[in-house]
Design a protein around this ligand. Structure first.
Ligand code: ZN
Length: 110
């Protein structure tokens, strides 16, 4: 689990107020147990583990949320930074993370 180990009571409160599908998206993305190519490839459900947005790096949670060139503009618009650190996601409202997931198209792969 990448981001869950130091979340706050605010995170818990926000999570409890989301619908079931949103909770699944956020927890799945944060734990890496989601339809990212890295996870799908490890489960032999994808031909490769390359990022669908840049086709250059392994598609992991950290890559998608923090490093991918193909998602930098979207992160800048939603999160205020093109390349945030993984730790900064622990401080973001879940509504921003949910917006990022939806607008990036990651949700379409659920
Ligand atoms: Zn990428």
């Amino acid at each position: 689990m990448l981001f869950l180990n130091s979340r706050s009571d605010l995170f818990t409160s926000e999570l409890l107020n989301l619908d079931k599908q949103a909770v699944r998206m956020i927890v799945g993305l944060q734990t890496g147990h989601w339809d990212l190519n890295n996870h799908m490839h490890n489960r032999l459900l994808a031909d490769d583990d390359l990022c669908r947005f840049c086709l250059e790096e392994e598609e992991t949670t950290v890559h998608v949320l923090c490093q991918c060139e193909g998602l930098a503009r979207l992160r800048l618009r939603i999160m205020g930074e093109p390349y945030p650190s993984p730790c900064s996601f622990m401080e973001e409202p879940l509504s921003r993370l949910k917006a990022f997931i939806n607008e990036s198209g990651l949700r379409a792969f659920l």
